[in-house]
Design a protein around this ligand. Structure first.
Ligand code: MOS
Length: 732
């Protein structure tokens, strides 16, 4: 199905099942431990062997020699796989560094060998016996140090200039010129990266934990130099991804290589302390923002430049994206600069681009509102735009930012905020309120599905879409149930298998809208074949309560499948509506914090997100996504930072003891409001993404609240008590 025109009325609009707050249909399996994760397919391969990764002890250079003999002599060891004996390996299109290094080392803790043994403990013990001699080469590890030398944009990411920024900036009545920084961050999904590989002849089956089945499938074929049809990738349950499992990683490749070497199934899990340096992370940014307004606070000039670093084949953090669309202003500039760094590979982490971009921009906007003497909510409303500011002929499909901000202000009690910082106290606590706008693009991509209705009345849906903890199973079941007029319990959803039709996968908050739109397309086909079979007009027939109705007749769907199941396959493909319209999602984030005047301890006390993100397919799972994202925003604001050792080139705090994320005690009252925002331009589902929107802007709202509480403006994340202490008022 080609989606080329805005959606008209369709069966999903009934919202009998779609749009209802159903519990997750995979919930019982998850809560009873019967949903197998990648490391847990015990019944499939009882004779499994265990692989343990040997990782590089330098960040850049070469392996001079490797002695694997002591490991091979160790008890239980079957093999040691290295780049030397693994056979020729390619590199997946989406990997910047090789997943098995040697002799060249591209980053610290790059995998250089896999020890395969009878037990996990034997493999781990033997891995420590592999002797590697390295020749170290100097590398670049310090973004701030590299920044001055990077003066031109990446080839495929040109600067965007609109109007005449320089002149408008020079003549602006009120100006802000400031630098903001965000640190490297790690996804830290609950379930570590893990894979199990089984070869039968030249056919490989890989059970893994991956957000994008098709990307893993194609990149594994490319890396192993074998045909894609010889590989099957299976990943039905995933314990969190956040972008860290978008790509083929070393656990998957090395499980495949290990299993090929020992002719047995092999499991590989990345130990937590390996993950930050061996996998991808969100790259640090240095962001330069200039904003100029007239005396009333109307933006005339806005410029945002962002520097980030990556390995030679890596891409920049696109932190200026939201600045192209969020506010009006005739004269504008945005630019990306990419420094070459020899740190581990930077890549997508939940709302890449907008997350760090808004961390900076939405402080800058708060600072500007203060300078212009305008309330921060009103300042944003004053500078709203309903069109792409670079191309006024290109409207937003839907844009409810103002409604998000107004609703949020009212529900949060924003009018009680004191504009002058440091005025509100409760004992030793300085109390402040802050807010920020949230913005995240709504991306679309083709997505396929297969549906089958059998004689027992069960509707089976198959798609390689993944559920990374988000609720995909449930919203897909809701979509199929709605389309065929069946109860939710009649739908059996099967996900995460490369044997199923290719979906858009779980990434970039496109999963919910596009994967359900693919299921919608397949269901439209199935409805047609049912209608034809039972002599109904497919255009006008209504599917409800297990029956098909039209022209005064009602027939049970069972009659259509009496002589065998009916199935249909289709995919949704998107025309140019995403070019004609800017499709984005919007939020207003409101936060109240308390800062201990003596110690600088920061406690988030209240949070509210008001989201406009198209039709909400399931308010319960969507709310869970948003509160999870808000929690992540607390982490980004107050805790998360991969500390870079700029001499040795690695992330020092590489486990959950030292890389801090919020725990329950850090989380206050969180409230989420979804505005009615049905968007017929996004897809037949009229939905958009929401899982990443919930994070976008949150950390700046917290920073702005800290400013309002204390009068201390922090432009470098995370905001910690040591950023505040020297400037806090004297405690009486
Ligand atoms: Mo997302 S960072 O595309 O999983």
């Amino acid at each position: 199905m080609k989606f080329e025109k805005p959606a008209g009325t369709n069966p999903v609009d009934r919202m009998h099942v779609v749009g209802q707050p159903h519990d997750r249909i995979d919930g019982p399996k998850k809560t009873t431990g019967t949903a197998p994760y990648a490391y847990e397919w015990h019944d499939i391969a009882p004779d499994v062997a265990y692989g343990y990764i040997v990782d590089a002890a330098i960040a850049k250079g070469r392996i001079i020699s490797m002695n694997t003999q002591p490991a091979l002599n160790a008890p239980g060891v079957f093999a040691v796989v290295t780049a030397e004996n693994a056979g020729p390996l390619g590199k997946g299109e989406r990997n910047a560094a090789s997943l098995l290094g040697g002799p060249d080392i591209e980053h610290y803790q790059q995998a250089v060998a896999l020890v395969v043994a009878e037990t996990f403990e034997q493999a781990r013990a033997a891995a420590s016996l592999v002797q590697v001699e390295y020749q170290r080469e100097p590398g670049a590890y310090d973004l701030a140090k590299e920044k001055p030398s990077v003066t031109t944009p990446p080839e495929d990411q040109p600067d965007q200039d609109v109007g005449d920024f320089a002149t408008a900036w020079a003549t602006a009545a009120v100006k802000l010129d400031a630098i903001y920084t965000t640190p490297d961050q790690s996804h830290m999904a609950m379930e570590p990266h893990a894979s199990m590989a089984v070869w039968e002849g030249d056919k490989l089956t890989l059970w893994t934990s991956n957000q994008m089945i098709n990307w893993a499938h194609t990149d594994l074929a490319e890396t192993l130099n074998i045909p894609q049809e010889n590989i099957r990738v299976i990943s039905p349950y995933i314990g969190g991804g956040f972008g860290g499992k978008l790509f083929l990683r070393s656990d998957a490749l090395l499980a495949a290589l290990g299993a090929r070497a020992v002719k047995r199934p092999v499991k590989v899990m990345l130990p937590r302390p390996l993950i930050p340096n061996n996998t991808t992370h969100r790259p640090a940014t240095i962001q330069h923002i200039r904003i100029g307004t007239d005396r009333d606070g109307k933006i005339s000039a806005i410029a945002h430049d962002s520097w980030s670093g990556n390995l030679p084949d890596g891409t920049p953090e696109t932190a200026v994206n939201q600045t192209r669309f969020l506010y009006a202003g005739a004269h504008r500039h945005t630019g990306l600069r990419l420094a070459r760094l020899d740190l581990p590979e930077g890549n997508a982490m939940r709302a890449p681009g907008e997350t760090p971009g808004l961390m900076a921009l939405e402080i800058a906007i708060d600072e500007m509102a203060t300078k212009a003497g305008v309330d921060p909510v009103e300042f944003r409303i004053l500078n709203d735009t309903q069109v792409d500011p670079a191309n006024p002929d290109r409207p937003f499909s839907r844009r409810q930012l103002i409604a998000c901000l107004r609703t949020g202000a009212e529900r949060f009690g924003w009018q009680q905020r004191h504009a002058t910082p440091g005025e509100v106290r409760e004992g030793n606590w300085l109390i402040g309120m802050g807010m920020a706008a949230g913005f995240r693009d709504n991306l679309v991509a083709p997505s396929g599905a297969r549906v089958a209705l059998d004689a027992s009345g069960t509707l089976t849906v198959e798609t390689d879409m993944t559920d990374i903890g988000t609720g995909s199973y449930t919203i897909i079941a809701q979509t199929a149930a709605e389309m065929l007029g069946l109860p939710l319990e009649s739908v059996d959803v099967r996900l995460g298998d490369s044997a199923f039709p290719i979906s858009a996968g779980s990434g970039g908050q496109w999963g919910a809208n596009t994967s359900t739109a693919g299921v919608y397309a397949a269901c439209v086909k199935l409805r047609e074949s049912i209608a034809k079979k039972l002599g109904f007009n497919p255009e006008t027939a209504v599917f409800e309560a297990g029956e098909i109705c039209g022209d005064g007749r009602r027939v049970s769907l069972r009659e259509a499948t009496a002589d065998g199941a009916l199935s249909a396959e289709d995919k949704i493909e998107f025309g140019d509506l995403a070019e004609k319209y800017q499709q984005s999602t919007f939020a207003g984030h409101f936060v109240e914090v308390g800062v201990d005047a003596a110690t600088g301890e920061i406690r988030v006390r209240r949070m509210l997100a008001v989201c406009a993100a198209g039709r909400i397919l399931n308010p319960k799972t969507a709310r869970s996504q948003v509160i999870g994202a808000m929690t992540m925003g607390i982490g980004a604001a107050l805790m998360e930072e991969l500390a870079v050792d700029t001499r040795q080139g690695y992330f020092v705090n590489h486990d959950l003891a030292a890389y801090e994320v919020p725990v329950h005690a850090d989380i206050p009252e969180q409230e989420v409001i979804f505005l009615d925002d049905t968007d017929p331009i996004s897809s037949p589902m009229k939905a958009k993404g929401v899982g990443e929107l919930g994070l976008c802007g949150v950390s700046a709202a917290i920073d702005n609240a800290v400013y309002n509480a204390t009068g201390v403006r922090v432009r470098d994340y995370p905001v910690r008590l040591d950023s505040l202490l020297s400037e806090l008022p004297d405690v009486v």
